[in-house]
Write a protein of this length. Sequence first.
Length: 767
Amino acid sequence: MTNDPRYSVDEPLPETPLPPGEPAPWVNPRIVGSAQPRVDGYERVSGSAVYPTDVSLPGMLHGAILRCPHAHALVREVDMSVARDMPGVHAVLTGSSPGADVEWGYRGYSAKLFDPHCRHHGEAVAAVAAETLDQAHDALAAITVDYEPLAFVLDAEQALEPGAPPVHEGGNRLEPETTERGDVARGLAEADQVVEARASTACEIHNPLERHGCVARWDGDHLTVWESTQGVYPVQAQLARMLQLPLAKVRVIGHYVGGGFGSKLQAGKYTVIAALLARLTARPVKVVLSREECQLSVGNRPRTAMRLKAGARADGTLTALDFAVLSAAGAYASGGTGGVDWQVRDLYLCPNVRTEATVALVNSGPARAMRAPGHPQGAWMLEQVMDELAQRLGLDPVELRLRNIPTVSQGSEGSLPYTSSGLRECLTEGAHAFGWSEARARAQGSGHLRRGVGMACGMWAAGGGWPPATVIVKLFADGSANLNLGASDIGTGTKTVMAMVVSEELGVPLDRIQIEHADTGTTQFASASGGSKTVPTEAPAVRAASLEVRRQLFELAAEELGVAADNLRIEGDAVVSISQPETRRKLVELQGLRRRALLVGVGYRGPNPEDKAIHPFAAHFCEVEVNTRTGEVRLLRFLAAQESGRVMNRLTFSNQVFGGIAWGVGLALTEERVLDAGGSGRVLGANLHDYRLPTALDVPAEQVSLPIDRPDVAANTVGAKGLGEPVTIPTAAAIANAVAHAAGVRVWDSPITPARLLALLAAAKEG
């Protein structure tokens, strides 16, 4: 063990000073923090917003992709002769077509756009472009492919066994990632109670409302792509690299995006295929994947198998955590398998921690980042073990967690102080608002309908944003403004929050701010909207650009009003003297602004503070009803307490919270990708009938969003941290703990289906 003062529970979190040269934090902001409807809400609900999959260009053809029906196979020959001559068909494409021998960008693997070695069901084999989509699909049906089926492996544990079919020549195991601090063996020996358990989470599919797709058009040697993407600039870079084009000759447009959740952080094979078909036919080509294709080929949250051994003293102090996880990466380790151990490493105060994360390759679609990659799975394991510890120690689950609040981040290399931490407030204020003690006391019952309450905590490792980001703000002579940034609004309200920042600094009403859509040809650089980093990355750049415009405006006004520029402020649509409020002038009456016609401010995102950790926190509380006769679980009410720094928009804050709860419900109760392990190895039920996304009937009717509004002025100039991902991390674990409290049995494997719960209840009754 250790006497390191960093592990003192009573030590207060140190104050972090504001970085030098940064603008002062907002005090009682006028717009920021209020509840504002989406600035593009009308366009989205009326149908007038044009999404990439809505784009229709003159002369446009429709592309379709032939996909491998086997889990593992070699393509011996592709016969396109019949398809090539069918009505309406303008182009056929295989790996042997001129210009189609494109290297695909899986990290660390040699793969082709049309790889003759198909390593999962749904791999692209060929493509066609035709006048109509029906003609394209008819042509696909006419293609004859000679496959050599190969032995496959679908289970991560089996993939690591000797003699398992190799997915790649190098084997199926990736090098494990391990971390360790302290002495875990000693910590377990000093514990008064030790809990050891195994758990698993099922593979989930992203399923954004807008399916994956794009439209590609060539103008000479210039390529323009309308892409449903979370980041236009990453897609531009990927296309330029694969097609060997200068970045300046690739334009990617992504005006509206119908969700992504991590599956649209990069270009898909369909993007490159559309570009190649468009070049081959000299006509625009549209490729939009079917719902089945989306479930087969664009990514997933991988299945995990976990083990955790946790020790604690009689007073609840954690002494050791020993964790291991095995994740199934699919056929290519292209992301999404990391982060499962982060909750164990960093969420609670514990001096002795060891983690091991192993990734196995299997014959299924590649894993990708999905809303808080790895963290919900890790919380599913850790938070259930914490409840088991609380029960053995005779402690309330909330109290056990309160006794292990960390004062520094331990998940990074070394230990870093937090810029802010609201975990304690999430627990205490959340428990009070939920009525935790009262609900806990009245739960359960004697009949077949049993009530239970549960809770869980979580934190997100990447919610602080990062550079680079460039933003331009323009103020026109009539007092209206233009906001130019390249970040994609993937449905989270990014445009609204950014407009609120402009309004806060310049006084321009939201309905007088024009916002440019993400477009590499017209908007400034932004990295992909993912990792809950968009607001904390882009908003400081927006504020910097707005402040530069305000500086110029005050210089013009100071000359006309005869007061110092630093003695001015904006009040509504006027510039006002701070010391002499009667000295004022409306923006539209400023002669200098009218002469200039336009003020332009450029803002950049500066670096994050050095040697500090920026993490959002959460605590969720849930009440359920379990029918012990049918195994059904009904969610009665849910409260999510979230600390993500400053609340930028109260309305979109709650929208993010409720959406995150729905995601957690899917992990806990309904979602599971099923593979035909005993037969073909294919994905079964690749549709939204068999793959059960939560509906309005599955989520609790009573949901409460409780923000812990603590502006993190040390993190960035707007004080905001990420919200979209941290809000879904503890949800499923809170539900699992509530089910265990109600039913008296614990379901360690997701999802908690009626069949799974009934089997455990029957086993407990027999035992």
